[in-house]
Design a protein around this ligand. Structure first.
Ligand code: MN
Length: 728
């Protein structure tokens, strides 16, 4: 007779409403309580009972497809986890795992009624429910598994999700056949590999069996029928082997638990596929597990069974010395048993046995005393540490870390395209990285982004599970700022490539203008360069076409005057240059091929000169800047420039402001500058003399008049002693 749960408040109205349900013999809650009593404290069980009441109320009136009250499902999930001896928080979260998803109950409410850990666990499970695996993406299953692991901060979320899936698989029969197949495929592709990785083998085996049954019902039925038929004398053999082995070990003083079992239908099916064998040809249909006290006795037991039955050559595997990547340890060997049947023998210690059955969950088992206070992450670390030690003893720790750690603490995030494809990106990746990951053209024209249907800035960092949709526009161009926002090499390369192309385009235009100007000295129009002299020049310089030559000039690699001299017919060589008429006009729209010197910050109306700087194009200085003095001595290093009349851009200018040392002076100066329609690009404080302190500003202005106005305003402030423009 099953005892009823202690401390259930049967007085509440919800409980009354569910009274009939609670007493129904199908209600798994009684079994849950019974199981919990075997390992949890009364206090924990009270909390779990409270969760049951809460959940029953939240799901009141909802029914599963089978017609049963909905609450049976989460309680069954909790029971699966209780069988694994999971802690109270996990059990409570399992009972509540569908309340955020299916009812209006919010995370905050769970947090205040129970505790924040439980709220986080429930929320984590709900988030996983939002990502839907689609059959079309079977090939992406591996990414999907990683995505699930990447999304959870607490591995107990995965354990609840696995238990949830197991219960859904157990009750799958009620669904339409096509739905059954879809869920079964998802189970085998996504959930089983996760269970394998975490070493949760008992649960994994059941999922595999149920998955096979739902996906290939005919094959499953045929196989189980065949196994049933051939079972006849096998059962006898199994018993005999069990007794023989157990007696022999006892005689040698080795305490052991020996159990013979049939191999699962799934593993038999897989073996048939892998070895392309018919059922009749599969020889090792059952296994005998021997659990002993110590590692030492494992090897002794192995020697003894090899004495009893002849081993099958090449089948011995020492997973104790070299554990599997998920920590599985045992000795495996195949023996020739009676009647030509093969027997697989698995020998391991009690501890290894527990590990083999529940893997990581074994480390989450409810622990008493001080250990109970260990939080989830420390348990995970503890588990990893144990595995690491195992592997180090076996001498292959690197392989282990590759296998386990990467997937539990992934450095990647996984996001969806609107079509449901999964894109893998490094942690910290932004919407721009996402755009470039899809296609360079999308990246180059991305204007804005929708993350889970909400507009967001392009620089937003993405996180796993989000659906990301990029909005493009032909008006958008990548700019150098984007380089600060991207983390993938792919985006960075694409942006740099684009900017370089842009520079090249600008350089061609500028180069053409510079050459055109230089040719005026020889009274040659650029479109009238004689074909053969152009050909000779291009050949000499090693360019294929005239645009290459323009680009080289624009980038400051070739001097326009030298090129002009080469092009000009020798008869005109002594034409005297008429410099003043031949100045290039600077319009401020030359793009990246022209830059403004940061030593003297030339402004419109300043007298200027251009200095060719290989790779950087033409750098514009003030004519009186001391940095151009040496270039001026070589006629070919510089070009004459003047400002165009219509300039619509802004320029940088440098000023030094000397003030007294009163507090708040910087703020006053800054606001004066801002009030004059200027941006402050840069401020540097330099040491002043005894009069006060010096501040160097780089500000944006439209021309010299604008600058003069700002300086006048600054001088009018009472704390300002002196304002000067810095010219190199
Ligand atoms: Mn569920």
């Amino acid at each position: 007779m099953v005892e009823t749960a202690p401390n259930i408040d049967t007085g509440s109205s919800a409980q009354m409403a569910n009274g009939a349900v609670a007493q129904s013999e199908n209600n798994p809650f009684k079994d849950l309580i019974k199981q919990l009593e075997s390992y949890l404290s009364n206090e924990d069980i009270q909390l779990i009972s409270k969760a049951y009441e809460f959940g029953a109320k939240a799901h009141a009136g909802q029914k599963r497809q089978s017609g049963e009250p909905y609450i049976y499902h989460p309680v069954s999930v909790a029971l699966i986890l209780a069988d694994m001896h999971m802690d109270a928080d996990t059990i409570v979260a399992a009972i509540l795992h569908d309340v955020i998803e299916d009812t209006p109950t919010a995370k905050d409410e769970i947090s205040s009624l129970f505790n924040p850990t439980i709220a986080t666990l429930v929320d984590g499970v709900s988030k996983l429910d939002h990502i839907n695996f689609d059959n079309k993406q079977a090939a992406k299953a591996a990414s999907f598994q990683k995505m699930m692991l990447a999304m959870v901060g607490d591995i107990r979320v995965i354990l609840i999700k696995l238990a949830d899936r197991l219960h859904n698989m157990r009750t799958l029969g009620i669904m339409r056949p096509d739905k059954q197949r879809r869920i079964a495929r998802e189970t085998l592709d996504i959930y089983v590999p996760i269970a394998v990785r975490l070493g949760i083998n008992t649960l994994r085996m059941e999922l595999q069996g149920l998955g096979l049954k739902a996906l290939y019902p005919m094959r499953y039925r045929a196989l189980s029928e065949a196994m049933r038929k051939s079972r006849g004398n096998r059962k006898e053999v199994m018993n005999k082997v069990e007794i023989t082995v157990s007696a022999a070990l006892e005689e040698q003083g080795v305490y052991s638990k020996v159990s013979a079992r049939e191999k699962t239908i799934f593993s038999t099916y897989r073996k048939m596929l892998k070895k392309k064998q018919r059922f009749q040809d599969i020889r090792d249909l059952f296994a005998v597990r021997i659990v002993v006290d110590s590692v030492d006795q494992c090897y002794r037991a192995l020697g003894m069974v090899h004495n009893l039955f002849r081993p099958v050559p090449g089948t011995f595997k020492d997973y104790i010395a070299i554990p599997k990547a998920n920590g599985y340890q045992a000795l495996h060997t195949n023996l020739f048993g009676p009647h030509g049947l093969q027997i697989e023998i698995q020998i391991r210690t009690e501890e290894m046995d527990q590990f083999a059955e529940s893997g990581i969950a074994a480390h989450w088992r409810y622990k008493t005393d001080s250990e109970a206070s260990l939080d989830a992450q420390s348990r995970l670390r503890e588990w990893l540490q144990d595995l690491l030690e195992l592997q180090q003893r076996a001498g292959n720790s690197e392989e282990f870390l590759e296998n386990v750690k990467i997937d539990l603490f992934p450095d990647e995030i996984y996001v969806f395209t609107p079509e449901g494809d999964i894109i893998e990106l490094p942690k910290g990746a932004t919407a721009i990285d996402f755009a470039y990951a899809i296609h360079t053209d999308i990246g180059n024209s991305c204007m804005s982004v929708k993350i889970d249907n909400d507009m967001a800035p392009l620089s937003t960092q993405l996180s796993s599970g989000q659906t990301v949709s990029i909005i493009t526009s032909s008006n958008v161009k990548p700019n150098a700022n984007w380089l600060n926002w991207v983390v993938t090499a792919r985006s960075r390369t694409a942006i740099r490539h684009y900017l370089k192309q842009l520079t090249n385009k600008d350089a061609i235009l500028l180069g053409k203008r510079l050459l055109k100007q230089a040719l005026l000295d020889y009274k040659i129009q650029i479109d009238e360069i004689p074909n053969n002299s152009l050909k000779i020049v291009l050949e000499e310089y090693g360019y294929n076409e005239i645009n290459d030559l323009f680009m080289a000039i624009g980038l400051g690699i070739r001097m326009p005057k030298l090129v002009a001299r080469r092009i000009a017919p020798s008869s005109q060589e002594d034409v005297s240059p008429q410099k003043d008429q031949n100045k290039i006009q600077i319009k401020g729209t030359e793009g990246l091929a022209v830059s403004y010197a940061k030593c003297c910050y030339p402004l419109p109306d300043d007298k200027i000169i251009g200095v060719a700087s290989p790779g950087r194009g033409i750098v514009i200085h003030q004519y009186r800047c001391k940095n151009v003095k040496s270039a001026l001595r070589e006629a070919d290093k510089w070009v004459d420039l003047e400002w165009d009349d219509q300039l619509e851009t802004t320029f940088s200018a440098a000023i030094r402001v000397t003030t007294n040392t009163e507090r708040g002076v910087l703020a006053q100066v800054a606001s004066t500058i801002a009030d004059s329609d200027c941006n402050i690009e840069h401020v540097a404080h330099t040491l002043g003399d005894n009069e006060g302190s010096n501040m160097n500003f780089v500000i944006t202005v439209t021309n010299r008049k604008h600058l003069a106005k700002v300086m006048r305003r600054l001088r009018n402030r009472k704390n300002v002693h002196r304002v000067i423009r810095i010219r190199s």
